[in-house]
Ligand binder design. Structure first.
Ligand code: ASP
Ligand code: MG
Length: 413
């Protein structure tokens, strides 16, 4: 007998027939002799509809506390409906809101952080042979206010529940068959990965792959919870997200990702002296703007250039803030570009292979694609290119690194 947490995303519970399908899957898992806690998202489109309603009624950005009360209803609705559907199949189930299972968070409305989960409460339900159907995406703060955890955060709720229970696996049931080597809409040759390491998945999630919320992977890594990403609509095995030592094949490149939602800001001719970078990036941080890549050139004649990228949605504000400190940092000019894309390759095998970045640059050069910025970590290389080359770059890199099958099997011990 295993203890399994099954999470179902919005499309998996998108209508009555799909909710019944999920109920059948949950029952099959119970009948196979497992203890099951389920975490659900709101029905597809529901959260967006609630957010829109809130904006309309508030006539501007909605007050955060009331926004949370409203959007948390989406998941609550699904948990009740799924519990009914499981009961209609003759099994015992009970729905729970985040508050009811003691999903304690901090008080930052709309993007709260999970602090603890009342595992004893869920365990006692499961021990009675009842399926716990838990509303994802929400919690409760110290004062008893309803909080939500940020868009896409039902994944994180599920992993938090799995960690609290010490579950054997956290299944993420979704509308794709697993984690792919690239976006199949863009790269027809993209294939499903059988296994991927937490660190690779973390990079891929940060770099634009949407299958898992990044924070859920961080949790899973920290608590050692295996994640199984699979389709709600098929029986096939999906992708296992695991500790590095359990990933048998270290692909040099296991994923090619892209992100069109970035923009770059360039500060030209700033004084080459201590404090300049601090001045700019402190102001951006105060404005809650997350800076991604930063490139600073070698100084010459006492001045230097600095370029950085920010999320597309923060571009105008970032430009304005940077312009605001022009005199303080003694910059000659500030400009930017919001028609860029970040294209990245990710893979554990990069750790022990020289020349992967060089090969990436060569592949792009052969396609005539100019590289505007570069950043690297131990297991990824990212470049910024003109947005219009996104598809070409991703396809060429996938062909060169993934379709060619470059991999390094771990020697048997
Ligand atoms: N319903 C929430 C959203 O759409 C949370 C989730 O589905 O993960 O962001
Ligand atoms: Mg999601």
């Amino acid at each position: 007998m295993a203890l399994i947490v099954q999470k179902f995303g919005g499309t998996s519970v998108g209508d009555v027939e799909r909710i019944r399908n999920v109920a059948r899957r949950v029952v099959a898992t119970v009948d196979a002799g497992n203890e099951v806690a389920v975490v659900v998202s709101a029905m597809a489109g529901e959260t967006n509809a609630l957010v829109k309603l809130a904006r309309e009624v508030a006539g501007g950005p909605p007050p955060p506390r009331e926004y949370d009360v409203l959007v948390a209803t989406g998941e609550q609705k699904t948990s009740a409906l799924l519990s009914m559907a499981i009961q209609a199949l003759g099994r015992r189930a009970r729905s729970f809101s985040g508050a009811q299972i003691g999903m304690r968070t901090d008080a930052s409305h709309t993007r709260a952080r999970i602090e603890s989960v009342d595992a004893a409460k869920i365990r006692s339900v499961l021990r009675d042979g009842v399926v716990a159907v838990i509303a994802g995406f929400q919690g409760i703060d110290e004062e008893g206010n309803i909080t939500t955890l940020g868009r896409g955060a039902s994944d994180t709720s599920a992993v938090a529940v799995a960690a609290a229970l010490g579950a054997d696996v956290c299944e993420i049931n979704t509308d794709v068959e697993g984690v792919f080597t690239s976006d199949p809409n863009l790269v027809p040759a993209a294939r499903k990965l059988d296994r991927i390491a937490y660190d690779e998945m973390l990079e891929m999630a940060s770099l634009g792959a949407k299958v898992l919320q990044r924070r859920s992977v961080l949790f899973a890594k920290r608590f050692g919870i295996p994640i199984h990403v699979r389709s709600s609509f098929s029986e096939a095995e999906g992708t296992w997200v695991l500790a590095e030592e359990n990933v048998m094949e270290r692909l040099v490149v296991s994923g090619v990702t892209y992100d069109r939602n970035e923009a770059k800001v360039r500060v030209r001719g700033v004084k080459d002296q201590p404090g300049v970078a601090a001045a700019v990036f402190e102001l951006l941080a105060q404005a809650d703007i997350v800076v991604d890549m930063i490139v600073q050139n070698l100084g010459h004649d006492g001045t230097t250039d600095m370029t950085f990228t920010v999320p597309l949605g923060d571009y105008e504000r970032a430009l304005e803030i940077t312009r605001g400190c022009i005199s303080k940092i003694g910059a000659e000019a500030i400009d930017g570009d919001d028609t860029i894309a970040k294209v990245s390759i990710v893979g554990l095998g990069m750790k022990d292979h020289a020349g992967v970045a060089a090969r990436m640059f060569r592949v792009l050069a052969q396609e005539g694609i100019n590289i505007q910025m570069i950043s690297t970590s131990e297991i990824k290389t990212s470049v910024v290119v003109d947005e219009k080359y996104t598809d070409l770059a991703v396809r060429a890199l996938h062909a060169a690194f993934v379709e060619s099958g470059a991999s390094e099997p771990v020697p048997e011990s």
